[in-house]
Design a protein around this ligand. Sequence first.
Ligand SMILES: [Zn+2]
Length: 509
Amino acid sequence: KAGNKTICGDDAFQLYYTFGFPLDLTELMARERGLKVDTELFVKLMDQQKERARAAQKGVSLAASLSNVQLPATDDAAKYQTDSCQGKVLGWVTSEGFTAEGEFEDAHKPAALVLDKTCFYAESGGQVGDEGLIRGEDWEFIVEGTEKVGNCVLHKGRLHRGGVAAGDVATMQVYQDRQASRKNHTATHILQWALQKVLGDSVKQQGSAVCPDYLRFDYTWPKGLTPEQSAEIQALVNQKIAEGLPVTCVSLPIEEARKLGAMALFGEKYGDVVRVIGIGAPDKDHFGEAFSKEFCGGTHVSNTSEIGGFGIVKEESVSAGVRRITALTGTKLVDYLMGRNAIVDELVGMLKVPADQITSRVAKIMEDNKSLAKQLKSGAAAAASAQVSADDLLARSSRQGATVVVAESIPALGADQARGLIDSLRAKAGSAVVVLGMADGDGKVMLFAGVTDDLIKKISAGDIVKQIAPIVGGGGGGRPQFAQAGGKDPSKIDEALRTAKTFITGKLS
Ligand SMILES: [Zn+2]
């Protein structure tokens, strides 16, 4: 702009945000024209934009309604020391913004309480925000999540009972699960150390999620862990847990922290003074001796033994060159392993082998299954070729006048197949009486009889079956055209068929 030696940060931001024009190019072109860029405002606007984007991602964030509001600061130093503390209500945030006026008593409206002090840990650095309860003299507010906007801690949730007013004294209680989050967070630091120890220093953290139920750690590595690498990493972490090492926290000028070799998350912005978590140093004076040193604002156990065990439950790819480990600690790990153990016990019962032989037994079963399937296939083919056809039976039949008489023992068929065979015999012969006997190999006998319509005044299939079924130790019956019976003595099938023949001859003559 004419008469102005500075390009406003707002303009630089618009160039970048709306047109994708990078700041360094704006600065370069400005310098060529003897102008300066207000980068301070640019950085501030960028931060606000990031905050808005983050809030939009979470969906339920109330931060969006606060972009231009001056919020009171919350002293949250207690979050590292205690799960319970007292404070004073300063106001509350709803979709309309922050207020300290009147009384808040709408139990259905999502809201966030703001207090002068808190022991709730706000979501940051991959560790989820605390959940818990805030209680006044005659009200209760359930905290479903905690978020920090500037220096203000928002206790997000809903009013459970009563009404809140600014000035009310409140008691805060973080739900106990936070101890589980602490275990998982410290374990995440040890895991990063172990990964670098086994895979090399090129492994870099890409993100992490720490919550009461599990921990997740993303890192740069081109391929999946081998079973040996995974076992070694887990053994290293568990060794550090078993050693019962102290976890210390110091605040240091950022340069000093970097000199100590403390790991920072790439791309993350830090202040002049940083909080560094060290594992394995006897005390703060010997902080340099810690085997793991990380820039970190999270909550941790005070001794690694509290973690109570570590186990990887999943290893997967998240994107090209980035892997993800999901792991469990403490009682969650024990629960998981007990669940696995129950499955092993069940398999031991089913397979009737000791646990250490399950895999070889299952491999054997799979192998057997394969060869049985092969046998079954060739068996079915053989059975198909052995099957008698209506033509075969017709060729072997005898005649009484114009009537074809079949009384044969054949390989076992299903009821539908037997019926089909009899139907096709009846159709081919025109006038026929058919009796088929078969044994299924398990000691069961089946008898089927069929009569063509022209003969049913003389002889009935039901009668034939009734005559011969008792011979094979069974019974049955049916309609004049078709009947069937079962029995249990296969050695008597031929006798039954001879009897049938005699019966048929008598009836037809
Ligand atoms: Zn951390």
